[in-house]
Design a protein around this ligand. Structure first.
Ligand code: SF4
Ligand code: MG
Length: 334
């Protein structure tokens, strides 16, 4: 198939002093070749844990306890650390909110870029340097040759984020995972960086998994979107469908909190309450405490993922008359 990434029934838990905390609880999704998939939700919904599970970068206490992740037909959940190191930065790369987590303040931009390529490819220093310049130009940085001799702190936040994108793309990865890549930037720079990512996606056909809390970002760059809440996928749809007809009360709440410039609405509605602590809700819909549509059954039964149409799925009893999604755990796992 054209799937580049396939996540099936993924469960990731944290083993803490207070017990086992399920951060990601049975999620399934795919990313197609060249597709930009948005993973959306408030902080604490499991979106970052999902990406760290895929990259094999979970912190010590985190563990994948179920399900399978397949990248280009190869199981990542079965791959050893050596294999994961070779995949990371090469076939699959990641960028973070804060570029300084990836850029070393002590080394010149040029050293870091050439190092990134020489980790995975055998090439001469000159070839690596040539590639570094090419990448800096590709991400729209002027005077690339000069930049190679500068240190990260000499650049603006937006330029640093461009350098980080150049570094992540230097081995021409097939999948780029971007975790809140523009959240720390001001609005104008944010727009430019999103535009750049869209361009790279078009030019190089890199698949992108865009993790964000901001549906505005999703509208800007994504083809399809998965909405997560408290470790579960609650809605999945093509972006246009989602903006036209969001079905889940949580998605509707997120949409109501996106600034709409045309309406000149100043105060945004935000969803009252917080995401429940992982594992704290033992039964019923995890959104019930914040949902204005909650019915009696919502507090005792766990809703399935219902299918509105082939591409649109929603985990909510309001759509109980629709068919259940085949891939959902009720039908496929024990
Ligand atoms: Fe609200 Fe019930 Fe739907 Fe959950 S299942 S989102 S509580 S209506
Ligand atoms: Mg996060």
């Amino acid at each position: 198939s054209q799937d580049i990434l396939h996540v099936q029934g993924l469960r990731t838990s944290f083993f803490t002093d207070d017990g086992i905390v399920p951060a990601v609880d049975d999620i399934s999704f795919t990313i197609q070749k060249g597709e930009v998939l948005g993973i959306v939700g408030e902080s604490g919904c499991g979106k970052s844990v999902t990406s760290l599970s895929i990259m094999g970068l979970l912190p010590q206490a985190g563990k994948i306890i179920g399900g399978e992740i397949t990248f280009e037909g190869e199981s990542l959940t079965k791959a050893n650390e050596k294999r994961m190191r070779s995949i990371r930065g090469n076939d699959m790369a990641m960028i973070f909110q804060e570029p300084m987590t990836s850029l070393n303040p002590l080394f010149k931009i040029g050293n870091q870029l050439t190092e990134a390529i020489r980790t995975h490819r055998s090439c001469t220093k000159d070839q690596a340097k040539k590639r570094a310049i090419e990448m800096l130009e590709l991400v729209g940085l002027p005077r690339a040759e000069q930049l190679l001799n500068e240190y990260p702190h000499q650049l603006s936040g937006g330029m640093r984020q461009r350098v980080m994108i150049a570094m992540s793309m230097i081995c021409d990865p097939k999948l780029l995972i971007a975790d809140e890549p523009t959240t720390a930037l001001d609005v104008t720079i944010q727009k430019q960086i999103l535009q750049l990512m869209k361009e790279l996606n078009h030019k190089l056909h890199t698949s992108i998994m865009m993790i964000t809390h901001d549906l505005g970002v999703v509208a800007e760059v994504c083809d399809r979107v998965v909405v997560m809440y408290a470790g579960k996928i609650v809605e999945e749809a093509p972006v246009r469908t989602l903006f036209k007809e969001a079905l889940h009360p949580y998605t509707q709440g997120l949409l109501a909190s996106v600034p709409d410039i045309r309406s000149k609405q100043e105060r945004l509605q935000s969803i009252p309450g917080n995401v429940p602590k992982p594992g704290s809700i033992k039964q019923g819909c995890r959104f019930a405490a914040r949902c204005s549509h909650a019915m009696d059954r919502c507090h005792v039964e766990d809703p399935s993922l219902y299918t509105r149409d082939e591409n649109h799925h929603v985990r909510c009893f309001l759509y109980d008359s629709q068919t259940k999604k085949e891939a959902d755990h009720e039908t496929t796992s024990t």
